[in-house]
Structure formats: C-alpha cells, structure tokens
Design a protein around this ligand. Sequence first.
Ligand code: ADP
Length: 590
Amino acid sequence: MKTKRIFWQIFPNFLILIFIILSITTWLFANSLKNFYLDQTLLDLKNQAILIENQVAGKFSLDRADQLKELYNHLGIRTGTRITLILPNGKVIGDSMEDFKDMDNHANRPEIKEAGISGSGSSIRHSYTLHSRMMYVAIPVYENTELRGYIRTAKPIKSFNETLMAAYPGILIGSFLVAVFAAIISLFLSRRISLPIENIKKSAEAFAHGHLDKKISLTGPSEVVALADSLNLMAHRLQDRIDTILSQHNEQEAVLSSMVEGVLAIDNEERILRINHAACKLLSISAEGIKGRQIQEVIRKADILRFVRKALQSPAPVEAEILIHSLPETYFQAHGTSLTNAAQEKIGALIVLNDITRLRRLENVRRDFVANVSHELKTPITAIKGFVETLLDGAIENPEENRRFLTIVAKQIDRLTSIIQDLLQLSRIEQNEDKNGIQLKEQPLKEVLNASIQSRLALADDSSIQIDLQCPPDINAEIDGPLFEQAITNLIDNAIKYSNEKGRILVAAEATGDEVLITVQDWGIGIEQEHQSRLFERFYRVDKARSRKIGGTGLGLSIVKHIVNIHKGTVSLASQPGKGSSFTIHLPHP
Ligand code: ADP
C-alpha cells in the first residue's frame, strides 16, 4: 500500500480546516450582520409609524384623504419610507408612493393581520407595485380606543443585500489573505512536526541496515525526543545483544574448529545444521555451502548415513565403529546423541566422529609383530628341540654326531640371542624416545662414522672386504652419538652381508643446502624394486633362508629407520639387483 509522507498528511488537512473555519465565520458574520440590519430597519419603520400615528390619528378617514396625503408625502420623501394608510376593513386611504385609488384591499396582508391581533406586524416580501423586496411594518391607529385603521411603513431591503454583496469581495480578499497566512504557518508547523519524525525515520532505516552505532539527535517535541531516546536505547541494547551473540558464536566456532573430533549436527529432516572443519576433513567433503543441505546429498558413505538415521530415531545415545572402505581404509568411532531445544523437544542429532584408523593400525601392527616374533623364535626353538631330542635318543653316545648336533644347537641359540638382542634394542630405543631420554647434540660426523667402521673391520676382513670413508672433518650434525653409530653399523653390517667376497664398501658424508647426507654404499647383490618399499618393516627379508644363514634377524633396517626418525631425518634407498645398493640417511642441517 502506498502511504503518504507525514507532511502531506498534515498540511492539506490544515488547509481544509482553515477553509472550513473561514467559511463558517464569514457565513456567521454575514448572517448576524443581515439580522442586525433587518432588526434595525424593523425598529426604524416601527418608530416612524409611531411618530406618524400621533399626527394622523384625528384625521383617519377617507374624507380627509387630501389632508393626510400632504402629511405622509412630506414625511415619506424626507425619510425615504413608503407610508400607507389603511382603514380597518383593508381599504387603502393613502400611500406615499402610489395612487391609493388604484390599490387593492390590504386586509389580508400578513403585517396588517398580525397588527390587528398583536398590536404590530411585520413582513418581508416582494412588492409587485414597486418591483422590489420590501420590509413592511404595520401598527393599528386608535382614537379614543376605537380602531381607526392601520399605518404601514415600508422600505426596500434590496439596498442591504447590495451593500452586503459589495462587501463580499473585501471579505473574500481578507479571508484569502488570512488563509495564505494560515497556510504558511501550517506549512511551517507541519514541517516542524514532520522533520524530527523524518530524522527518526532515517536513523531507524540506518539501524535496520545494521548501523546500530548511529545516534538519533534528541531534538523536537517531547514525544519525539522520548521516541528518539527509546530508539537509541533499543539500538544500544540490540548492539549489546548482537555483540554477545557474536562472541558466543565465535567461541563456539573456535571450540568446534579446534576439535580433533568431527562434529556434525543434523536436524530431524536430515539437514546439516552445523559441521566442523575436522568432520569435513574426516569425511573428505568441502565445507563450502553445505549448511542446510540434505546429508545424503553431501555424504555418500552409506554406513555413516545409516548411523545418522539411527541416532535420529533413537531416544538414547548410540555408538558404533564404522569402517569406510575407500582408500585409505578409515575406521571411525561414532557417537550419536539427541539434540534438544529449550523445551526439551528433540530437534535433531549430534554426531561425533573419532578417527581411530591409527589406533586400529597400531593394534594390527602389534598383533602382526607378536605373530612375527613368535614365528621367528619358533624356528630356532623347534630346531634346538629336534636336535636335543635326537641327542637324548642316543645320538649323544656318538661323539662325532653329538658334536655336530651341539654345534647346530649353539648356532640356533646364537640366532635366538641376536633376535632377542635386536628386539631389546628396539624396545630400548622406543622407551628412551617415550621418556624423552634422547638428547641430540651437534657434533662432527667423521668420528662417529669412523667408530662404526672400526667396529666392523674384523667382520669385513673375514670376507676380504674393504671399507672406505669419505667425510670432510668439518661436517657436523645434531645426533645422539651411540645411537647414530648403531644405525651406521647396521647399514655396514648389511653391506658386508650382502656383498661378494673382496668387495668394497663406501661410507660417505656430505652437506648440501639444508641437509646432511650420509651414504653407505656397496657393490653387492642389490635389491629387486618390488621389495624396496617394504624393506624397513620389522622381520621383512628378501631371501629369508639366506638372511638366516648369514645370521640376519630382519630387524636391522627397522632399527635404522627408528633411529633416523628420532633424528628427525629420513632414509632412502637406491639399488639395482646385481649392481649394489646405496642407503642414504638425510638429516636436517644443524
Ligand atoms: P637382516 O637382518 O635380514 O639383514 P635387515 O632389516 O637388516 O635384516 O634387512 C632386511 C633385508 O633387506 C635383508 O634380509 C636383505 O634381504 C635386504 N638388504 C638389506 N641390506 C641390503 C644390502 N646392502 N644389499 C642387499 N640386500 C640388503
């Protein structure tokens, strides 16, 4: 609906009001003026009639009409009044403006009738004799209480109407001037009333657009000032509320977005109310524009959708472990609880997702590890048991056989010992790591590498293998000396084990831009590409039989990897079957 501005509601009404007031006052004024004039004329005519009455009272008869004529003609001309003398029967015996002989009987004239009854009579009507509107006043004439006739005085009242008409333009001009003046004042008043309201309107519009810090100026009538004050207060309170809501919202957002758990709020129609960053990441979805959308449009994982439905239907909290089969496989621990409003009505469900993939993987690793260790230990123990039983069955009597068997038993025990030693070493490293017992210290690498080589020189000599060291003395690295020496020793061990007789091993160190590289290279049997990625797993061996024969446990490289991890480094491998292998440890430059 189109509404008018307040100014246009006030101003025209003011004008109409002024017009009505002026019209009524003008009409009332003209009317009372007219009444005054008529009353005055009536009184004049009556007085004149009374004055004439004394002069004509003794001569009131048709016989003395000529004497009377002189009298009323003289009086009539001087006063401008028509004087008519009428006998009680209505016959006219004299008239100052007409020949009375031509005049008809006047007994039925209203003023005569009224004078006969109440002592005086008056009437206003058109005179056909004089062709104008006249006022007639009649009084009776008595002589010694005997009614001798009537005196009637009359005056045209046309002259008054003309006077009034002549005054109208003046009245109209005056009214017009008053109207203009009143209109100017009403214009000024209307603006005075509407301006502060207009100002409030503008400020209220600014509030509606969110500019709540704007203040409405407190000017104008007291009601408007009170309204502006209330609006200012309202804006201030609103701003306070918005600030509180915003800071609560920000706190909630901060809590939700810093949570590692994925949080998902769904309404009863399965639309997403809230979702945090972690949930988007866990479910591999983009956070853009998903609020308010149906969950099945956004999340395609059937198990999750089934769980959400279950949480929406169940009045009690629900819990489940969900496996997502996509790559990589992911395990979720999901909790679902009802979302309720202030009236404790269910408005949806809150789902919390925990990624337990790492936990599951660790459990699997531990399970595999226990199985592997058992398996590794079982082989030498079975062998020992077999040979011991053979010895007990009588072979012990045969000196040649029992020596051979005992040698084998001793070898298996050595094998068990080295497996247990390696396992112990691994667990020691892990324990130290957990307790933060490993202190990295910047030191020259050359000494550490040299110590490793020295410890393996005897072993290398057995196979006539030469070990060379290329390490500038100024290369430093942040390391735990004994631990790092162990890693290099393991690599040299492997290089010796998987090299041919009279081979060569090179231990080298160099510093690049932001890394220190330590390489142990051999020109031995090399490793097939397919095995290279799994080589650092515990108990993984390319050729189990060969490894066992030469006393390998399958734990050497996993110890190396663990130690390098502690040093915040990585280990890489380049190898070609038949040509040799090169293991490189990358450490951050100190
Ligand atoms: P192992 O005690 O059997 O040597 P490691 O963990 O040290 O166990 O090594 C795992 C496997 O990696 C070995 O069984 C071997 O097959 C392979 N390997 C390790 N180092 C070398 C190397 N320098 N040359 C060839 N193969 C190697």
